[in-house]
Design a protein around this ligand. Structure first.
Ligand SMILES: Cc1ncc(COP(=O)(O)O)c(C=O)c1O
Length: 381
């Protein structure tokens, strides 16, 4: 099989090459961590080590992590878990979010709005990733009980000013959750100094196995369990733990946080170079703070899906938007929410570089992109 150059690390990441040997060791630990005999105790030990390692890497207490299946579950648990908690003040039923959240946040909030009468206010990120921070401040009043705003946007890479968001929300007594799935390992942050109440993480964005996640819940923040059953995760998430993925998650987070994140200088050089050869190319939100590994492009007169397929044939794996919506012909909902037209949204391409992306990959990709854009434009004339 021909090896491809993978440039879609915001969708998922390849396994860290050193993980293979560790997985063989972890496979020997097959017991149920709730059993009290030997194989169960070994499983419990590995689970404890994974929890302790993850919490140390994130700078929080092991008791503040609810280990689970990934980012989507963490987001649902944070949002619905807060809504259904016994201690929630029913007078604080207004929730503030943005218009560019991952579907696991957007749909969980939409569900509360439709079925539970929550008032959900979506503060817009507009064209060029301009976020209406003034609108956010204006929406904060005493009826706001919850704020859920992501740290880093998965398609455009836009970074929200999360520290300010938290500070202002706490002034009105709101609980603040942030989807940090795309931020982990790409930008440095300190959960304790940001003072978030809840934060979501996922294993498969940091070179670990799929199917593990963690929700950080600050001590004193109350949430209700969504999955009831056994008493795992201190009654906050029932179900036998996915030990293998959780162990890999811990290992990868420790490894990842010790590595240099992808440099924005390489990304900026790439954007400047291709711009010289492709007319009508725009970089979304280029003057805003962005994830250093992410480049979101719109290319006039080009259909992103056709370009993606042509690039795939040449051995480059990229995306036109969120992975969960590819396969559907509709343009990215996020871009439409930001005010881009259907045509503009359909002309987009997202590149997300990773730890194994080399300058050689970027150079050969740039050359191919320039050739293909010329060819596709020629065909449509
Ligand atoms: C910002 C963001 N949040 C949540 C998720 C969902 O994470 P998972 O795939 O672990 O459920 C993703 C995955 O693409 C994401 O990019």
């Amino acid at each position: 099989m021909k090896t491809s150059v993978f440039l879609d690390h915001n969708a998922t990441t390849p396994f860290h090459p050193e993980l293979h040997g560790h997985v063989t060791e972890w496979l020997k630990v097959w017991g149920n961590a709730s059993s009290i005999y030997g194989s169960g105790r070994s499983a419990k030990r590995l689970l404890r080590e994974s929890r302790n390692g993850l919490s140390k890497a994130l700078g929080v207490s092991p008791l503040e992590l609810i280990l689970n299946s990934g980012g989507s579950e963490s987001n649902n648990l944070a949002i619905k878990g807060w809504w259904y908690s016994q201690s929630r003040d029913p007078l604080k039923s207004k929730i503030i979010t943005s218009n560019v959240e991952h579907p696991s946040v957007a749909e969980a909030l939409g569900w509360l709005e439709k079925n539970e009468g929550a008032e959900v206010v979506r503060i817009p990120v507009c064209r060029e990733s301009k976020w209406d921070y003034k609108g956010y401040l204006a929406a904060l009043d005493q009826s706001v009980g919850f704020v859920s705003i992501m740290m880093a946007q998965n398609e455009t890479g836009f970074l929200f000013p999360i520290e300010d968001i938290v500070k202002e929300a706490h002034k009105v007594g709101a609980v603040v959750h942030s989807d940090c799935v795309q931020a982990l390992g790409k930008i440095p942050f300190d959960l304790k100094s940001i003072n978030l109440d809840m934060a979501s993480f996922s294993s498969h964005k940091v070179y670990a196995l799929k199917g593990a996640g963690a929700l950080y819940v600050k001590k004193g923040t109350e949430i209700n369990s969504l999955i009831t059953g056994g008493g795992q995760e201190r009654q906050r998430r029932a179900g036998t733990e996915n030990l293998l993925s959780l162990a890999s998650f811990n290992w990868a987070v420790e490894k990842r946080l010790g590595e240099e994140p992808f440099s924005s200088v390489i990304r900026d050089n790439f954007e400047n170079n291709i711009r010289k050869s492709i007319d009508g190319l725009r970089v979304t939100g280029e003057s805003e703070k962005r994830l250093p590994n992410t480049s979101h492009l719109m290319i006039d007169g080009i259909d992103g899906e056709s370009l993606l397929m042509a690039l795939d044939l040449k051995g480059f794996e990229v995306s036109t938007g969120a992975a969960c919506s590819s396969g559907r012909p509709e343009p990215s909902q996020i871009l439409l929410n930001m005010g881009y037209s259907k045509k503009e949204a359909q002309s987009s391409l997202r590149l997300s570089f990773g730890r194994c992306t080399t300058q050689e990959h970027i150079d050969s990709f740039s050359k191919t992109l320039i050739e293909l854009v010329e060819r596709l434009r020629g065909l449509s004339q």
